[in-house]
Ligand binder design. Structure first.
Ligand code: S3P
Length: 185
């Protein structure tokens, strides 16, 4: 159905672990729907005036998480758009509650090999800066997947899927989600 025009009446929030494709897919999804795209990590970097590794090193992870909640709440109050979040954002109960209230959450679920293939050797992610990055990612999967699983829509993505394919899957997922919603009396 994917050629029918979609009217976006709520922000779509992409969640999932580092390397699942939130930003690349989100950018294409926004183009497809003709709406604004925002990456919450970029917004945090802008407002802090520091890159993420520097925020973690100088201010600590807790300060980064506080900034993340503030930035996401501010962006969620704006007009509907596509929002890619950092991998830890949806783990915050505050963020989840706000997303649930005003937006639609979409988890891009990927297996460890897919994620690792995309993040290994890439700088900029302080949680994966150590020698045991693959095991850290695996631990984060175990801890976070049950929480990501509470998202409104779950989309499976694999290393061999193109971003366009994932966009199509999301559009289909949105239709199914809209069809499931109980009628308002
Ligand atoms: C994090 C993911 C990163 C970034 C920060 C922490 C996480 O974003 O927010 O390094 O806790 O999973 P991406 O998921 O976009 O890499």
């Amino acid at each position: 159905m994917s050629d029918a025009p979609h009217k976006l009446d709520k922000t779509l929030v992409l969640v999932g672990l580092m390397g699942c494709g939130k930003s690349s897919v989100g950018r294409r999804l926004a183009q497809r729907l003709g709406v604004e795209f925002v990456d919450t990590d970029d917004e945090i970097v802008l407002s802090a005036g520091m890159e993420i590794p520097e925020i973690f090193a100088r201010l600590g992870e807790a300060a980064f998480r506080d900034g993340e909640v503030k930035v996401i709440s501010r962006l969620l109050a704006e007009k509907p758009k596509i929002m890619a979040t950092g991998g830890g954002a949806f783990i915050s109960p505050l963020v989840r509650a706000e997303v649930e209230r005003v937006a639609i959450s979409i988890w891009l679920r990927a297996d460890l090999d897919t994620l690792w293939g995309r993040v290994k050797g890439k700088p900029g992610r302080p949680l994966l800066a150590g020698d045991d990055a693959r095991s850290v990612l695996e631990r984060l999967m175990k801890a976070r997947y049950p929480i990501y699983a509470t998202a409104d829509i779950i989309i499976d993505t694999h290393a061999e899927n193109s971003h366009e394919t994932v966009v199509e899957d999301i559009l289909k997922g949105l239709e199914d989600f809209a069809a499931q919603k109980p009628e308002t009396p």
